[in-house]
Design a protein. Structure first.
Length: 92
């Protein structure tokens, strides 16, 4: 493990894991620059996916993502509307 920082993963090259802290927002933003998907869109998409998969339950969303109650209720309502829209299209 020569050349590796204390705590870095022995399974990755030194340049890819120099520390064990979370990836920084600027590092991720730089990697995403020029892409159609933004970090905000990916985050919202993940939260909506969770709401669709587990039902539009604002309490579940608040617990899983640490959302405040108004935000969780808004996401749950969006998921509920999408589920209803999908059900209506399926009936046609």
């Amino acid at each position: 493990m020569t050349g590796m920082s204390c705590g870095a993963s022995p399974h990755w090259p030194e340049w890819s894991a120099t520390k064990t802290s979370a990836a920084s927002n600027p590092w991720i933003s730089a990697a995403m620059r020029g892409q159609d998907a933004t970090l905000e869109r990916l985050r919202v998409d993940r939260q909506l996916e969770e709401a669709l998969a587990h039902g539009p339950d604002p309490l579940h969303l608040a617990e899983v993502f640490g959302l405040d109650e108004k935000t969780a209720m808004r996401y749950a309502e969006s998921a509920r509307a999408l589920l209803e829209q999908g059900a209506e299209q399926h009936r046609r």
